[in-house]
Design a protein around this ligand. Sequence first.
Ligand SMILES: Nc1nc2c(ncn2[C@@H]2O[C@H](COP(=O)(O)OP(=O)(O)OP(=O)(O)O)[C@@H](O)[C@H]2O)c(=O)[nH]1
Ligand SMILES: [Mg+2]
Length: 245
Amino acid sequence: MTSDAPLKPSAPRPDAAQVKLAHGWLHTARFLTTAPQLQHLPALDMPEIAFVGRSNAGKSTCINTMTQQKRLAFASKTPGRTQSINLFALGKQGAVDAVLADLPGYGYAAVPREAKLRWQRVMGNYLLTRPNLRGVVLLCDPRHGLTELDDILLEVIRPRVEQGMKFLLLLTKADKLTRAEANKALSIARLQAAGGEVKLFSALKKQGLDDVALWLWELTREHQPVPPMAELVPPTEGAGPDAVN
Ligand SMILES: Nc1nc2c(ncn2[C@@H]2O[C@H](COP(=O)(O)OP(=O)(O)OP(=O)(O)O)[C@@H](O)[C@H]2O)c(=O)[nH]1
Ligand SMILES: [Mg+2]
């Protein structure tokens, strides 16, 4: 048998009922608001989970796949498609019980240096200070591995992860890997994701959807706010009207 042999059909998972509940809950997703600047984000009580990662890693596609909606989040071949923080509400109408946040990606070469630095600072401050942020999903294309900016992000969130914030490293576009490559990517990522879980995900092959649904569901059922931290750098004065800060 080669390492690329297809998986045998697996037995139903013991938590199948929970997985079903979690998918049903994710399908309730609808657009809540978009915030071009941090101060435009509404103050919310319910748990928020942020989808972060390099430009083009598959954040928006992951949100669309998990919520079974084709165009809830803007996904595109062109890197830099997501330019504001977009929030999506989950839960029955009139009873929002969690929020997903689709964040602009980082690391896109064509973005001017000043805009890159500004976005890094904004994202760092969002991750450190957003009071209701309960979990972070870091999406990474395993063909590129974790980049320097991913490592910086891991360092930024480490204090909050140590205080109980949940962290999931999602290896995206797994359909592009052979089984052997996927196993290798998993082993490497597990070493790098200190304190977090690692999963493979493919929107194309619908791989990893149950794991992600359950992860999101379970973390939003726990009622433990993670205290916010001090800002990285105070926002600079005089940033232009379009600045995300
Ligand atoms: N083969 C494959 N392609 C994928 C998968 N997920 C996303 N893509 C493709 O990757 C490209 C980028 O996807 P997006 O979801 O827009 O990526 P993003 O991380 O939101 O990008 P930014 O908004 O620029 O930060 C698109 O062309 C998607 O179709 C996947 O699981 N498999
Ligand atoms: Mg996007």
